[in-house]
Design a binder for this molecule. Structure first.
Ligand code: PLP
Length: 390
């Protein structure tokens, strides 16, 4: 129930990676046979990915993670464009990789507009357009939210960015396993994808950078990745990433259909528990995401109890949960502080079955009831409904 945080490396991926560890271990920059063979592996992976994204190979930059790609997109554009302007538009529900990069830039003379979302966590394109100024140099809005699964109208926002001639980046880390990632249909200039969320290895990501977009590297050195990300390429991981993306995109329709059924089954069962709220959009939602607020329940306590039953769920994002702060996403969609604490994310994946859904739905009512017995708070559903009516 925590596939949005991590997926296992699938068999086919592991198998294709295998020989690039100890047999074909050359450096792609070496001018010899094993170097050339490593280079070929990297370039054929890049070609595979470019085909899926609908772009040219020179527009695909391999990085060390989703976080690094997002940093490269935001800081890279900011540094390249700072003489033109210093204003960036993003949203309040982005991943911390984007939010904290923006915060860092704010401390360094840039101005950032953090757009509100509606109660479902949806960013509206008319709000993006309203926020555009003469000095706006970048718009960065996530494709699908990692906590509540809401899918943003990326192609529409992209059209607005194009009309105003402003570079547009999207964080597609949660989308790549389920949605269309063709950069032309999406109207994006930059796009981040990582491998660890699509049954590939962790610690490898990519940034799509459209030809003609001005961007500065974060890492300088030998000039690999068209000068945008120096350092010897992670050959086995690049090969694995390409294989994982290829399989994910090939299987996305069938797998989405299967998971949607399980997702909706789980949502229906959990909403039967009194004082529960579904977070995120009911329809424009990732096929594997269920996010429920259990009022008067401490989310972390519920996680520990679920863990005892071998059920691994999450509160907020993996990175936020160390701080025991309620999720910034749940707060942004308008839930009050006390309610935000009881929000749990269940994310389904390849090995999730009907039996798993029944198990979770069977165990939860009692656990929630027990925790409520010892809860000092008693939030009224009517209060929540009033707040959510905005
Ligand atoms: C996981 C994730 C990231 C960060 O990716 P890493 O590869 O862990 O650095 C960024 N954005 C979203 C939406 C994610 O789900």
């Amino acid at each position: 129930m925590d596939y949005a945080a991590a997926t296992y490396v699938r068999f086919e991926v592991k198998k294709t990676m295998g020989k690039y560890f100890s047999e074909e271990f050359g450096n792609p920059s070496s001018f010899n046979a094993i170097g050339l063979s490593a280079k070929n592996a990297v370039e054929s992976s890049r070609e595979k990915i470019a085909k899926i994204l609908g772009c040219s190979q020179k527009e695909v930059i391999f990085t060390g993670s989703g976080t690094e790609s997002i940093n490269l997109a935001i800081k890279g554009i900011a540094n390249a464009m700072k003489n033109k302007g210093k204003h960036i538009i993003t949203s309040k529900v982005e991943h911390h990789a984007a939010l904290n990069t923006c915060k860092f830039l704010e401390e360094n003379g840039f101005e950032v507009t953090y757009l509100d979302t509606d109660r479902y966590g949806l960013v509206h394109s008319k709000d993006v357009e309203k926020a555009i100024r003469k000095d706006t140099i970048l718009i960065t809005i996530m494709y699908a939210n990692n906590e509540i699964g809401t899918i943003n109208p990326i192609s529409e926002i992209g059209r607005i960015a194009r009309k105003h001639n402003i570079p547009f980046h999207t964080d597609a880390c949660q989308a790549a396993g389920f949605l269309d990632i063709n950069v032309n249909r999406l109207n994006v200039d930059l796009m981040t994808i990582n491998s660890g969320k699509i049954y590939g290895p962790k610690g490898i990501g990519l940034l799509y950078v459209k030809k003609g977009i001005l961007i500065e590297p974060l890492i300088h050195g030998g000039g690999q990745e068209f000068g945008l990300r120096s350092g010897t390429e992670n050959v086995p991981y690049i090969v694995g990433f390409a294989k994982a993306l290829e399989l994910a995109q090939k299987e996305k329709n069938k797998e989405s259909k299967r998971l949607k059924k399980l997702r909706d089954m789980l949502i229906k069962k959990l909403l039967k528990i009194p004082k529960t709220i579904l977070n995120g959009h009911p329809k424009k939602r990732l096929p594997n995401n269920v996010n429920i607020t259990f009022l008067d329940v401490e989310g972390e306590a519920l996680l520990l109890l679920l863990n005892e039953y071998g059920i691994y769920a999450a509160t907020g994002s993996a990175c936020a949960s160390e701080k025991l702060e309620p999720s910034h996403v749940i707060l942004a969609i308008g839930l009050p502080y006390e309610a935000a604490h009881g929000s749990i994310r269940f994310t389904l994946g390849k090995k999730t079955t009907r039996q798993d859904i029944d198990k979770v739905a069977g165990v939860l009512p009692k656990l929630v009831e027990n925790l409520r017995c010892i809860s000092p708070v008693d939030v009224k559903m009517s209060t929540i409904r009033e707040l959510m009516r905005r």
